[in-house]
Design a protein around this ligand. Structure first.
Ligand code: GUN
Ligand code: ZN
Length: 430
């Protein structure tokens, strides 16, 4: 056992943020949280446990990134008129390089280090269409002990040579990668995700095959993109005229279910949100990406009103930063603007700092079906946590020093924070 004494940020059963100003986190030999709460209340029970005292620091759950592309690190900041030209001119050419094991391995190792530097301890990431890119990511995550869910990207049409795969082989590869990697890793932390890139680049046969795999392996995840960009949506209408909506295409093929995570989910109507809710599927909200590519604004008010699972994601390389602080700040801006633009009758939905933080930790874990496993510091969770320094810069020290309550403290960190705030990232294995 080991213990850490510092301020402790965690979420109660209702998802409300709780700060133990002088808190204690106790980690058992298996790397699970054995206790978390007020130091004065807990200290007598754990008096013999070696305790690190971290005055002035905050311990918080490791962040959860619900949607990211590890092969797009070198695409960050590539300007384009919108999603489709961005894919064609920057993303597909870069992804071609991941046919090489060496290039994949080197990028995967860099990516894992970048997640850790930014306090992200669980990520659902795309690989490319190359098997080598999947193996490289799982190997790097296994070495680091990080919880990574990834999968081979399937795309057998409407994309260039070098990234386009072949229908039959793509499904064979997916199944053997599931068998090789799902549930593996030192603490069983590696997860497989069946990964259709998006409906426009997958044939009916490929979609059908993925749906069959999803039914055969109900415990694996599914990740894809939906309703991100208006040109993309018009294209899907042409390709799938019989379906009521873009989201309904995935549903028809059995790809909408618990543990399926759909990036963007911006241009939804009430029927889409109801469908997502009915299937227990989740939206990965990618605010820096949506702002950068001009895709549109996720409607947090409607998502909350219709109880649709959702959480925050970086979507690097459409997204501009690995930092959860940057994602939370962008989500805040979006929540303010969407509440103003979405009709007179609607209630405003400006996200609070506690809600923003929850959406990037415990809320994102819930969206993944990993509630009680990661994203929080409740008893039994993996002890994946970050040690934050609220005095990491002179301005942060000055501003957080004036915070009079939890909301003010979290807001100062969200608005002014970046990787410099993350002093240490602890994994359940370390
Ligand atoms: N839609 C299909 N592929 C992608 C991708 O790589 N990034 C984003 N943002 N949207 C996509
Ligand atoms: Zn994406």
């Amino acid at each position: 056992m080991s213990a850490y004494r510092a301020s402790l940020l965690r979420f109660d059963a209702a998802g409300s943020a709780v700060l133990d100003t002088d808190g204690l986190l106790v980690v058992d030999a298996a790397g699970k949280v054995a206790a978390a709460g007020d130091f004065a209340q807990l200290k007598s029970q754990f008096v013999h446990v070696p305790t690190q005292h971290l005055p002035g620091r905050i311990i918080a759950p490791g962040f959860v990134d619900l949607h990211v592309h590890y092969p797009q690190i070198d695409v960050i900041g590539s300007p384009a008129d919108g999603l489709l030209p961005w894919l064609e001119n920057y993303t597909f050419p870069e992804e071609k390089r991941f046919v090489a094991q060496e290039y994949s391995a080197q990028t995967a190792t860099f990516f894992i280090a970048e997640l850790m530097r930014n306090g992200v301890t669980t990520a659902l990431t795309f690989a490319t269409s190359h098997v080598a890119s999947v193996n490289a990511m799982f190997k790097a995550a296994d070495v680091a002990g990080l919880r990574i869910i990834t999968g081979k990207c399937l795309q057998d049409r409407n994309c260039p040579d070098g990234v386009r795969d072949e229908t039959e082989q793509s499904l064979i590869d997916t199944e053997s990668l599931i068998q090789q990697w799902h549930g593996k890793g030192t603490r069983g932390q590696l997860g497989y995700a069946i990964t259709p890139r998006f409906a426009p680049t997958c044939s009916d046969a490929q979609m059908r095959g993925m749906g069959e795999l999803a039914a055969k392996y109900p415990d694996v995840w599914i990740q894809s993109h939906v309703s991100e960009n208006v040109d993309e949506i018009a294209w899907v209408k042409e390709l799938y005229p019989q379906d009521a909506s873009y989201l309904a295409v995935y549903d028809r093929f059995g790809l909408l279910r618990h543990k399926s995570i759909y990036a963007h989910s911006i241009h939804f109507d009430d029927a889409d949100r109801a469908l997502m809710k009915a299937r227990s599927a989740a939206a990965a909200v990618c605010p820096t990406s949506n702002l950068f590519l001009g895709s549109g604004n996720f409607d947090f008010a409607d998502a909350a009103n219709q109880n649709m699972l959702h959480g925050l994601a970086s979507d690097v390389g459409g997204g501009t930063s690995f930092s959860p602080f940057k994602n939370m700040l962008a989500a805040y801006y979006v929540s303010r603007s969407s509440s103003r633009t979405s009709g007179l009758a609607k209630q405003a939905m400006t996200l609070s700092p506690e809600q923003l933080w929850w959406l990037h930790s415990a809320g994102a874990a819930r969206a993944l079906g990993l509630e009680g496993v990661v994203g929080n510091l409740q008893i039994g969770c993996d002890a994946d946590f970050v040690i934050l320094n609220p005095q990491a810069t002179p301005l942060l020290a000055r501003r957080t020093g004036r915070a009079e309550n939890l909301a003010e403290l979290l807001f100062a960190l969200i608005v002014l924070g970046d990787d410099r705030v993350i002093e240490q990232t602890h994994l359940a294995t370390s």
